[in-house]
Design a protein around this ligand. Structure first.
Ligand code: ZN
Length: 323
């Protein structure tokens, strides 16, 4: 099929058109399929999808959730098991079952876990995939989705989310380039909200993936099938004091360890072992398992070049840690 024909089928996606459920904001239709297609195009632009085989990957879910969160009213929930299989009804999307699940492909999966169990991924019509790989035609497809499924007042925001995704990706790539570390990390004075968003998300993306979603201090790793992770990206020396987003100034920490680290109840020794403040011993309400971490080696990224820098750890021990 040609670009014109795919543009036409993008205008006629089979969506839920229940006016009680969906607002004028999304032209009284469910926005799941447009968000999913926009997310796929974002990952193609970032080089994260390079062949015509779309997996329900963590990156895809995260990108999809990013669109949802920035556009939809607060508190409205969604999940990828809804649009991923249902795109099949639009003709250009072909689900690929896992071995032994050939006859169990349907469009009603209740959870990500079930979707992943049954379905390896999906393939698009090859012509459509090629149109998405070409930057020019990709932007035409993107524009068609945005103009059809979103009210005029939020179209810019939807488009911007795509730009943001690309900028975050670029920034996170830059943070991994050791040659770049000497440049550009000077004092930042007038940072716009947009720049801050890119920096925060890029730093997070880099750290969380270097630590593979594992807390550096306690080792917990929890990643829900819906793509939510237990870890945050924490600065060792706070950004406002360091302006330093290099991976060597960060660690992935679970919520409890992040809080404890920022409050100075835990730190990291010269030997990369967990230090626990004596205050924890006298505070009866503090979870006991923190104490058991004392002197345990921390979890680090695979490559030593990305490990926390000693100067930063020293700063934390000196300025934040309560002995
Ligand atoms: Zn932890």
């Amino acid at each position: 099929m040609s670009l014109a024909q795919y543009l036409k089928s993008f205008l006629r996606l089979r969506t839920c058109k229940d006016r009680k459920k969906w607002l004028a904001l999304t032209t009284y239709q469910a926005p799941h399929k447009p968000f999913l297609l926009l997310s796929i195009m974002d990952l193609i632009a970032q080089g994260l999808i390079i062949k015509n085989f779309i997996e329900p990957s963590f990156e895809l879910i995260e990108t999809f959730n990013g669109y949802w969160k920035s556009i939809m009213p607060l508190g409205s929930k969604t999940s990828m098991p809804y649009p991923f299989p249902r795109l099949k009804t639009d003709g250009f999307w072909h689900l690929i079952p896992n071995p032994t699940f050939e006859n169990q492909i349907n469009i009603n999966f209740s959870s990500m876990a079930k979707l992943r169990e049954v379905c390896a991924g999906a393939r698009m019509d090859e012509e459509l995939f090629q149109l998405m790989c070409n930057p020019e035609t990709r932007e035409q497809l993107r524009a068609a989705l945005i103009e059809t499924y979103f009210a005029p007042e939020i179209r810019t925001k939807v488009l911007e989310q795509g730009h943001l995704n690309y900028a975050v990706y670029r920034y996170s790539k830059k943070l991994l380039k050791v040659d770049e570390w000497k440049k550009d990390f000077g004092k930042v004075t007038d940072e716009s909200d947009w720049q801050k968003k890119i920096r925060d998300s890029g730093f997070r993306k880099t750290i969380v993936s270097l630590y593979r979603h594992r807390c550096a201090l306690c080792g917990i790793r929890m990643l829900t099938p819906e793509g939510h992770t237990i870890v945050d990206a924490a600065h060792i020396k706070p950004w406002k004091d360091s302006f330093d987003d290099r991976p060597t100034n960060g660690m992935a920490l679970c919520k409890l360890c992040h809080w404890s680290f920022d409050k100075g109840l835990v730190s990291v020794s010269k030997e990369y072992q967990v230090l626990v403040s004596k205050r924890v011993m006298v505070e009866q309400n503090f979870p006991g398992h923190i104490l058991t971490l004392t002197d345990r080696p921390i979890f680090t990224p695979e490559k030593e070049i990305f490990w926390p820098e000693q100067d930063n750890l020293h700063w934390h021990r000196k300025n934040t840690f309560r002995r």
